[in-house]
Design a protein around this ligand. Sequence first.
Ligand code: ADP
Length: 556
Amino acid sequence: MKTDIEISQSVNLTPIKEIAEKIGLKENDLELYGNYKAKIDFPTIQKAAEKEDGHLILVTSINPTPAGEGKSTITIGLGDALNKIGKKTVIALREPSLGPVMGIKGGATGGGYAQVLPMEDINLHFTGDMHAITTANNALSALLDNHIQQGNELAIDPRRIIWKRVVDLNDRALRQVVVGLGGPLQGMPRQDGFDITVASEIMAILCLATNIEDLKTRLSNIVVAYTFEKTPITVGDLQVEGALALILKDAIKPNLVQTIYGTPAFVHGGPFANIAHGCNSVLATKTALKLGDYVVTEAGFGADLGAEKFLDIKVPNLKKSPDVIVIVATIRALKMHGGVKKEQLNEENIEALTHGFSNLKKHIENMQSYGIPVVVAINEFISDTKQEITQLEALCKKQGVIVESASVWEHGADGGTALAKTVASVIENETTNYHSIYPVGASLEEKIETIVTKIYGGAGVSFSQKAINQMKTFEDYGWDRLPVCMAKTQYSLSDDPKALGAPSNFTVTIRELVPKIGAGFIVALTGDVMTMPGLPKQPAALNMDVLEDGTAVGLF
Ligand code: ADP
């Protein structure tokens, strides 16, 4: 079997103008970035807004394990297969961050014969959106520090600045830094820190804004610091929302690319689902819904993180809920949830699979509790045995959930037609009754408790004294009814990454709350989750190279 990059490099790409024609776009609707990438301009988005929305398919998964789940692979393969069976389909995905690209083996462009292309470009600098977001974020830091240096008219307390700098890399050395050292000419010394770009509030705002005006309003609402009197200071107070919006003027436009099979795919915005809200931009999904009859989109990590945030944070902004939710599971990952070590995953183990099914079962129940029909997609690996697949199908059927296998990684669109037919038939025959997991007006405490007990299956929540104090002050500031964006490990339903399967009787600790008022939610930091990841001992970067003719090598 060829590697992902070898497969992608063997494909003859179609000019993006021809891909765009498939969804009714003309050349002058596009801003071309070379021959194979384009951005969609605002007048085109506005023109499309008059059309009806297509059907929305949300792809999510069980809790990820090092065994691999293949959500992006299934999202792309399902999109290709839907097109193959005659359904006009568009894909909407997040754009990769260089942090995991350089760190962990595996990009965010799918795998095998289910990939979006050109995969090197998308995984590296793409159309520059990540750089624009990083620059806007750090411009705000610079403007804030400059405000203090130039006399601090707003009386910002340098010890109470909550806005951090960002870089789109896994760089643990930057988690805590001191800036402004070197004397009065170099600024006010203060403690600062770096987050990864995908955790920036600007990334969340870019992904939730519906137009430039909304972008500016949201940017203006960002809380960056507090005064000596503990009054919140916003970007609006600094009067720089216009400048930040200007830096983002192109980044906010959705990017169009293609799959191996020529399916149009929007790849736009990329917040992580563990430390941010985990969904591609509202603008890309909305545009896809207007231009396609079917849209396949993905939310990051397991359904406890990405899908919960898709349903409770993105849907109210998107004003469209999924018509069906596809939960991706693999035999290998379920065996790991059932206690098997990574080295033994190639051996058949029905008992461990049955035991590990508890993780999938919990996610099925969770997604059904939103009132949306669920389909389980088994992402087939070559190592799966017939008995294992039969057993997983039987477990799903016993649970009363529709299940279908897909081999899109190995066979491309052909490997996904059965899944595509099943998904299309569910959309045609079943009704949805979407409702959020918590009432909009519930308090932060109630929302967090609902997510922990209903979605994670925990016994309750333990709030640190800091979080308790914050909830009190947030009430005074009028932020206590906002949605909650949980920051939690992706590996477990609990806040302990080692607790696999479906743990019970656990308590989730909330150590701190972070107001993201521009994005419109409060981040709740659980356990010891980090907003700046580190690199592993053997980073993926060690395998990478570039040839004399510019060809990328070793990018997965
Ligand atoms: P996720 O979206 O869940 O993070 P991806 O779709 O990005 O997962 O896949 C992660 C990695 O696993 C990719 O390198 C991909 O090639 C590989 N992969 C996915 N599905 C399969 C499969 N069925 N067989 C072998 N490898 C797979």
